[in-house]
Write a protein that binds this ligand. Sequence first.
Ligand code: B4P
Length: 189
Amino acid sequence: MNQLMIFLGPPGAGKGTQAVTLCEERQLTQLSTGDMLRGHVKSGSDLGKQAKILMDKGELVPDDLIVAMVGSELEKYEANSIRILFDGFPRTTAQAEALDQLLAKHEAELETVLLLEVEEEELVQRLLGRAQEQGRSDDNEETIRNRMKVYSSQTQPLIAYYKGTGKLKRVNGLGSMEEVAQRIKITLS
Ligand code: B4P
């Protein structure tokens, strides 16, 4: 049976972190557009070369490239067996509208949109911490601040978009990873 969810939230809110736990619990596939793009950067594909320049500045990769990437991923599923947690997608209203069309084509429906909420200063500290551990090229303070601005202007409008569908659920992302995971579990029960 289909089950489709979205993790929405600012950079560093814990989407990727919590997606792993949730996917394990619910036998979902984590579809992280960020991870997919980093895969392209690593392999040196044309998309990767284009994406790296934008990602390093904290800008979004163009909608048409992202939608094509997600669309071809959805093609891999048999009818009525799509079990996906979208992590970091959609990030713009155009992407959300394209996702609606893709899902209509596959006769699938979104179940829940989880919004992980964390205040900006905590987000910056987390991402600077990750920079020390993993050395991701977009985890420096200047790029992080720009990612926050891009989130406010381009991704935050999705909160109203999904609120309108009645599928939006808010989760406080502050606290330990276990505490947040527990809150998500309760919110979905
Ligand atoms: P992403 O890979 O989605 O990057 P992110 O927003 O930083 O990831 P996330 O929010 O999942 O990080 P997490 O909280 O897990 O995107 C990177 C770039 O790719 C974008 O800037 C953009 O350029 C491009 N891109 C991706 N998708 C796109 C799209 N759809 N359209 C256009 N462009 C797109 O982890 C953050 C840190 O916090 C970790 O170190 C973690 O250990 C820590 N953490 C997590 N939970 C915590 C907790 N409860 N307490 C303390 N620390 C915690």
